[in-house]
Ligand binder design. Sequence first.
Ligand code: NAD
Length: 469
Amino acid sequence: MDTYDNLLATITPASGPTREILDPATGAVVGLAPVDTARDLDRAVTAAGAAQPAWAALGHAARSDILNRVADAIDAAAEPLAELLSREQGKPLNGPNARFEVGASSAWLRATAATPLEAEVVVDDGQVHAEVHYRPIGVVAAIGPWNWPMMIAVWQIAPALRMGNAVVVKPSEHTPLSVLGLVAVMNQVLPAGLLTVVSGDREIGARLSTHPGVGKVMFTGSTATGKAIIRSSADTVKRLTLELGGNDAGIVLPDVDPKAIAQDLFWGAFINTGQTCAALKRLYVHDDVYDAVCEELTAVAAAMPMGNGLDEKNVLGPLQNQAQFDIVSRLVESAKESGARVLIGGNPDRDQPGYFYPTTLIADIDGANPLVVEEQFGPALPIIRYTDLDAVIREANSLDVGLGGSVWSADLGKAREVAARLETGTVWINGHGGVHPMIPFGGSKQSGYGLEFGVEGLKALGVPQVING
Ligand code: NAD
């Protein structure tokens, strides 16, 4: 796996039906993904069930040692993995993109391996002694999206393995090769059968989420699919962690220095070309600093090169697929038709190959416009002017999703007061979207439930058992 060609050869199916995966920047064929069947899925779940008891019996320390060796294997294959990710997903090698994602994948494995999880003594009063332990669940299904395919797969796989479970992964049909490549590298170290990828479309995902051999579904994707999984997992009462869609608001208070925050505002919104669950998707700016923030943000946006991900100079790439390109196009058109002001972008070159949508900033837009109230999941940020803080907090909270949010201010105390009033799983202050392996992450409202990362994330991959006595 030391070269891109070797990595691709390793994951190219020797037989069976396949599907071509196309580069979203050029339309060229990146590789062939297997089209797995219900039989393949059953086999993967059976193999996982067979491998799991011995893995669980190793205990935390031995499993953590192995996870560190898995991280070493990812580091050794980092450049081929980053190239595969860049070609398939579209994200550039440079910037907070493909190399960053591969690096984060191994770093997350190491952090997950290092996180202590002790049994908790909840009562010990001389008469009663009660402890809570977290036992393995068995087989965990990991169903993921196409925006951060490797990193999100690791977010699901690492705590599941650490807690003594086996895993069957169902990657997005848009980015199966990235996950197949990552798992092939991980499986150089892991025991056979413990971690398997089943590559296929939504139907295979649906089947996995009803499979009687699966005890828990870790799902990251859209709210609509999350709801389908809640329904389909009901008959077997599967445990669920659901990281669903968001439409994060950022609120800029009047005391900011617009130039000082412009770069962080930009990356909060445009990381991975806006295709990020907890990206800043609606920016509310106080009237006092509105024009200055728009000006500084436009200057930052104008300086960020977008293009083919393999070109080292680029930091923004194409949208990953036609459907997402169409969503962004429709929402920007609705903003333009409403009379909102385009500060930059908004006019894709449809003769150019690839799903490139230019970095777009839209000012003087009504808070009820579809570009504001729907998740754009792409490089088009609406900037809404406000004067009344209570009204803007109400507006930020008015949607039925609540993944992240941010408050921007020179006054930390004031920012924390505003943060406490936002109905979201995370509120960042003077930043947006940063995640950390020791800080729990999850959504409120229809952005999902259950936490990932840190001790809370480990507990979510175990069955709590109380020993009383
Ligand atoms: P999606 O819901 O369309 O697909 C996600 C996965 O679910 C894919 O692997 C798909 O094949 C599978 N799937 C589809 N139907 C299924 C079913 N009925 N049962 C089981 N599996 C099924 O999402 P997407 O378009 O790939 O991702 C974009 C969305 O994901 C955005 O809304 C984004 O906000 C969200 N997202 C959330 C987070 C988070 O942490 N909260 C992170 C990344 C992306």
